[in-house]
Design a protein around this ligand. Structure first.
Ligand code: MSP
Length: 686
């Protein structure tokens, strides 16, 4: 199996760790855990970025020696990430000798190549972003960042970045998924197509950095220093055979994904591959640029004092709830909002009512009472069981393909389809009634089917919630997962039945105990979020995808639509003008359906009887009153939107198992809702 190396940005130590940092690191941890589960040799790196003017100045402001300052500021990052359950293999600090040596080695390679020359830099330097900026970029900065911009004129070494314009474009062409999401890649390409200027790569006006080999009056530009961490932590650059980790985990031997925030994409997608190409090394496989989080609808800022440290959240809710929320709430790659009240909404809804209840209903409710806590053997499988198994297989396949392309939020969507389906299965098969009637054989089948679904869920959710899934497995009587190299543990079609009948379950406290509203308020109070409305009224501001060019501070000032819409979820119908809570909307299961057969219902001038493929084992029969507007044969092959969780209803003696959505007006008559693309039948619409 192909090795996998995933990294986070290394974090500037002028600040304390906050939820934005946690976001990058948790995402990388999920990817690493997933790769390990799939049996891939995996390495995961994070660390701290400790040189540069910004940090030197911060230390000076505090009256501290720079080295003493970074030694004090780096460990809290390690602690915060460990506390969030992030299991990296290495934590690199750029002030470590192992790193500094390799930065100098890379410099030497670039110099030997003839790509470095001495000149003079005259222009603007943004200390907040540690970036050389143009006059235009200066104008776009917000006030705080602009106040930290300096006019610089100093001797400087330059890297011949201009010579790499075409090489980079060719590299992008040959690697069409090098930057994700694709929209950001297009911005990167457009920027490079404009032509690149040579890059100043050393500074002489301060000393807190790695000395330039042979000319120690210069310290290296902090981004050249920092980017090198991705290889220095593997012992590279190094000749083949000299650094085993580098040989194993750097291309061409491995897939390398750098998870970064959108604000630092330019450095990763342009400078970094250019340095590597110049040094004769291969660039990473992919740079994934995630969006920015606002907090309860506001930009995080010193002024608002809303830098949320992850530690207290973890203390109150546990690491896994925070991890889950971060991965679930916001489409990875998009901007979004961290809204404290929304954390509770998801906690109670999806985790408590969805997953936690499923486990408790079965393990504590049924297996304990009817089977003395022992997993029963299933008897003959009926349609309901086969349907749930098909849903489990589809969830597993879809979640894997989403994780393969770094879409953790989509993977969670797919996985929670199984949670919902398993809960529906319980509702439909009514195990309590079976228990009452003493139908133990059928009850055994139902119990087994749910327990095995839970086992599948414990595997698929383990990258997201390692502790909770271990606790879930313990209740099922299973030991924690131990990913093994070369052994793919992800559930697949054909794996159904892995839970051995006879296993002794161990009912325990609820996985996600309910907080009553008073407790919830007390927690919010302690977290300083009592006055927040979830994602409330701050909905107006519009945030598009941010350009690769705009420096970080400017980008962070805008608010996102997603933040706004997430924030809306707090209000209920009763208190606001006819709106519903988001969870209510999600109760309506809208799915893509493909009409495979359609015929007129005899004796009815309106009804058409459709067989609709909803990605289930067999098509569903749905009756629709659309005959006046559509000839039945014209419907075959159409993709429509179906409400899939309505109870069956009889019409003209025929059962209808859902509803097709349509709209009508007097001018056009009726039109069924369709899709612009051939989205797969069964896909959830949201
Ligand atoms: N030191 C550089 C990275 C060097 S990588 C070779 C740096 N550090 S940082 O501490 O300022 O930011 C680190 C990461 O945190 C970035 O990916 C950034 O996008 C992310 N975040 C900081 N604030 C954030 C949010 N509010 N939301 C999401 N991520 C944010 O840049």
């Amino acid at each position: 199996m192909r090795p996998f190396y995933v990294t986070t940005p290394i974090y500037y130590v002028n600040d304390r760790p906050h939820i934005g940092h946690a976001y990058s690191t948790v995402a990388a941890d999920v990817l690493a855990r997933y790769a390990k589960l799939r049996g891939r040799p995996t390495r995961f790196l994070t660390g701290t970025d400790e040189h540069g003017q910004k940090i030197e100045e911060r230390a000076r402001e505090l009256g501290k020696d720079a080295k003493a300052f970074v030694d004090e500021m780096s460990p809290p990052f390690d602690e915060a990430f460990r506390k969030l359950g992030c299991a990296y293999d290495d934590f690199i600090r750029t002030t470590e000798p192992r790193h500094e040596e390799k930065v100098q080695a890379l410099w030497t390679l670039l110099a030997e190549k003839g790509d470095i020359y001495l000149g003079e830099y005259e222009g603007w330097y943004s200390v907040a972003d540690e970036a050389f900026i143009t006059e235009m970029e200066l104008k776009a900065l917000d006030e705080v960042t602009r106040s930290k911009v300096r006019k610089v004129r100093e001797p400087s070494y330059f890297f011949k970045l201009s010579a790499y314009t075409d090489k980079l474009l060719a590299f992008y062409e040959a690697n069409p998924t090098f930057v994700q999401p694709i929209g950001r890649f297009n911005e990167v390409k457009a920027f490079v197509r404009e032509g690149l200027r040579d890059l100043s790569v050393s500074r002489t006006s301060f000393t807190w950095g790695v000395p330039v080999p042979g000319d120690p009056k210069h310290v290296m530009y902090v981004w050249l220093d920092a980017l090198t961490n991705y290889v220095s932590a593997l012992g590279g650059p190094a000749a083949p055979g000299a650094a085993p980790l580098f040989d194993r985990f750097w291309p061409p031997s491995a897939d390398v994904v750098h998870v970064v925030g959108k604000d630092i994409l330019r450095f990763h997608a342009i400078y970094w591959p250019a340095f590597l190409l110049a040094a004769g090394l291969e660039p990473p496989t992919q740079i994934f640029a995630h969006g920015w989080l606002t907090i309860n609808g506001e930009k995080m800022s010193k002024r608002l004092g809303n830098f949320i440290p992850p530690g207290p959240l973890v203390d109150e809710l546990g690491a896994d709830v925070v991890r889950y929320y971060l991965m679930r709430e916001v489409g990875f790659g998009q901007d979004g909002d961290f809204a404290h009240r929304q954390v509770f909404a998801r906690y109670h809804g999806e985790l408590g009512n969805g997953l936690g209840n499923l486990l408790a209903r079965m393990v504590t409710g049924i297996v304990q009472k009817s089977f003395e806590g022992v997993v029963p053997a299933p008897a003959a499988l009926g349609y309901e069981e086969r349907e749930l198994i098909a849903i489990a297989e589809r969830a597993a396949a879809q979640a894997a393909s989403h994780l393969d392309v770094v879409a953790p939020h989509r993977a969670l969507d797919a996985i929670f389809e199984l949670v919902a389906a398993a809960n529906r299965y319980i509702d439909r098969t009514a195990p309590w009634a079976l228990a009452k009637q003493g139908e133990l054989e059928r009850l055994g089948t139902v119990a087994y089917t749910v327990l095995e679904s839970l086992r599948w869920l414990s595997v698929m959710l383990s990258p997201f919630m390692p502790e909770k899934t271990a606790a879930l497995r313990a209740q099922l009587g299973l030991s924690p997962l131990t990913p093994t190299e070369a052994l793919d543990a992800w559930p697949k079609a054909g794996d159904w039945g892995g839970l051995a009948a006879g296993t002794q379950t161990a009912p325990a406290a609820p996985l996600f105990p309910r907080f009553d509203p008073k407790d919830e308020e007390a927690i919010l109070e302690r977290l300083g979020a009592a006055g927040t409305k979830g994602a409330d009224a701050k909905t107006g501001a519009k945030q598009g995808e941010q350009g690769v060019e705009a420096p970080k501070a400017e980008k962070a000032t805008k608010k996102s639509d997603e933040a706004a819409s997430a924030a809306k979820q707090e209000k209920s119908v009763s208190e606001s003008s006819g709106t519903i809570v988001f969870d209510d909307f999600m109760k309506v299961e809208l799915r893509v359906g493909l009409i495979v057969e359609a015929e007129a219902v005899p004796k009815s001038d309106k009804l058409v009887r459709c067989q609709i493929d909803l990605g289930e084992e067999k098509p569903r029969q749905i009756l629709a009153g659309i005959r006046l507007h559509y000839a039945p044969e014209a419907l075959v092959g159409k993709r429509v939107i179906v409400v899939a969780n309505l109870p069956p209803r009889k019409m003209m003696g025929l059962e209808s198992q859902g509803m097709i959505l349509a709209a009508s007006d007097t001018e056009h008559g009726l039109s069924v809702l369709g899709l612009e693309k051939d989205i797969a039948p069964g896909t959830r619409v949201s």
